[in-house]
Design a protein around this ligand. Structure first.
Ligand code: GAP
Length: 485
């Protein structure tokens, strides 16, 4: 069994070799922390998106979706607090000139201590860090790094600058003439597109509280320490949902969404022990409670999704900055029989990274199997993806390239391809074709041979068990279809 870091590297290589993920603009040596999804990666990513979208909107009658623009009026980011607060404390090593996010530097030290069996010391270090971060005590953070003699991984020294804040938003110019152009930002979260449309959706959709607005879209952050493949990117996608509720009911809804979202994760077939909640001690500028759902990646437990009780922070600030009322009139009656009346709703947010979900799904699916027998060494790499997420659902193979078998195979392909993604291949030995489909996670392969001509049956081969059986051509759509809903 490969160690975890080797496994992580193997997954990265696999993603490139089989057309899932390429470094962006690779012919120019790539762009740091920016990636392109290839032919199978884009299919898998789209299937994850569709699965989330369906479970959030179609299966919740009180949640609707929107698709807001990436560019937003610059005041949006003043109101949301991102201009003033969306920054991370950084520290530079004076010898290597390398810049680190302070929390990542200290966390790496805690990991090192834990690996040496000093778990109590590691926990104490993290607790101390959380306290200092919560108090924005930058001198204290620098002192902690120096006292612990934390070293730069490149220079090996502990010669550090002061701790400073860096804003993570990318800015650009809107307008053609530089003098007249105004500075705008690439959105660092999709949520603000939901907040500014709150009343548009509530009024046109005649939505009654509690209700939610969901959105999938790109977000951009100038991450200073961007590494670990698609785990931390500068351009990424989020799947977010803002759930608008009565003030005072936030605790109950926060717990509700924690459970709902964990259930969604478990519905991917990932075992419960691979997940955990991490409650935040240091809260973002907008939250009164927050936690992460963490998944155990090959590089350890890390955040995939955040659940945040955002109070009325965003709507209240947009009301203040825009001078437009962001209120809801609630004519339901409270316990005293009086209408709740006008208020600015509170919000529970669920925010999951699409790219991180992709990395989670592929990390869970990636399996190296030793198939050696007494006579022969053999192995395979198989992606045991849930069939509903697999890029290709059905591969269609004629056993050989003649005797009318390709024609029958193409007919079957034509019959199935409007219902689910199929892939046709006639090149190479059948075993090689199976292995290529295993590597991209195709759950079903069918082979058309001479017997097909006689009795209209094909061999179906199941990816995970590699078992094969004979089925009627007329049963193909039902077997595949029943696994992909
Ligand atoms: N609207 C709230 C929000 O943006 P967040 O915890 O900063 O909260 C939510 O981000 C999710 O977005 C994270 O749980 C993660 O999955 C994803 N995410 C954040 N930064 C990312 C990055 N640089 N690269 C990839 N995914 C990222």
């Amino acid at each position: 069994m490969a160690n975890d870091n080797n496994r992580f590297q193997a997954i990265i290589s696999h993603c490139k070799e089989y057309g899932f993920i390429f470094p962006s603009s690779e012919i120019y040596d790539g762009l740091s922390a920016v990636y392109d999804y290839g032919q199978w990666g884009s299919e898998l990513k789209k299937n994850i998106k569709d699965y989330w979208w369906k479970s959030m909107t179609q299966l919740h009658e009180n949640i609707v979706g929107i698709d807001a623009a990436i560019f937003m009026h610059p005041t949006t980011w003043k109101a949301s607090g991102h201009v003033d607060n969306f920054s991370d404390p950084m520290i530079d090593n004076k010898d290597s000139k390398k810049r680190y996010r302070v929390d990542h530097l200290i966390e790496a030290e805690a990991d090192r201590l834990e690996n040496e069996g000093k778990k109590n010391e590691a926990d104490a270090l993290l607790t101390e860090m959380d306290k200092l971060l919560a108090a924005s005590d930058f001198d204290g953070l620098k002192k902690l790094i120096e006292d612990r003699k934390i070293k730069c991984s490149i220079s090996g020294t502990s010669n550090w600058t002061d701790v400073r804040q860096f804003n993570l938003m990318f800015s650009t110019q809107l307008g053609s003439v530089t003098d007249e152009a105004s500075e705008i930002y690439l959105r660092p979260e999709t949520a603000q597109g939901i907040f500014v449309n709150f009343l548009n959706v509530q009024k046109t959709g005649r939505m009654k509280i509690p209700f939610g607005i969901a959105q999938i879209g790109k977000a951009f952050r100038n991450e200073i320490v961007a590494r670990q493949f698609i785990f931390r990117m500068r351009e990424f996608e989020q799947m977010e949902m803002q759930f608008f509720i009565r003030p005072g009911s936030q605790k109950e809804w926060y717990e509700h969404w924690k459970k709902e979202r964990m259930d969604w994760h478990l519905s991917l077939g990932i075992p419960a022990e691979k997940y955990r909640f991490h409650d935040h001690v240091k809260l973002a500028h907008y939250a009164d409670a927050a936690c992460d759902i963490e998944y155990e990646f090959p590089i350890g437990f890390k955040e995939v999704e955040g659940i945040h009780s955002r109070t009325d922070f965003d709507l209240r600030n947009h009301q203040e900055y825009s001078k437009k009322k962001m209120q809801y009139f609630d004519n339901d009656l409270d316990a005293n029989g009086k209408p709740y009346g006008n208020y600015i709703p509170y919000v529970i947010e669920t925010s999951i990274g699409l790219d991180r979900t992709f990395l989670m799904v592929i990390s869970e699916a990636y399996t190296e199997e030793d198939l050696s027998t007494a006579d022969k060494q053999d192995s395979r790499v198989v992606l045991k993806l849930p069939a509903k997420l697999a890029p290709v659902k059905l591969a269609v193979f004629p056993l050989i390239k003649r005797d009318g078998l390709p024609e029958i195979a193409k007919q079957i392909m034509d019959d199935c391809k409007s219902q689910f993604r199929c892939f046709y291949e006639e090149k190479d030995a059948i075993g090689k074709r199976y292995r290529r489909m295993d590597a991209i996670g195709t759950p079903f392969c069918i082979t058309i041979d001479h017997q097909t001509k006689e009795d209209n049956t094909v061999t179906i081969r199941y990816r995970d068990t590699m078992q094969q059986e004979r089925i009627s051509v007329t049963a193909i759509k039902e077997i595949v279809g029943s696994h992909i809903v």
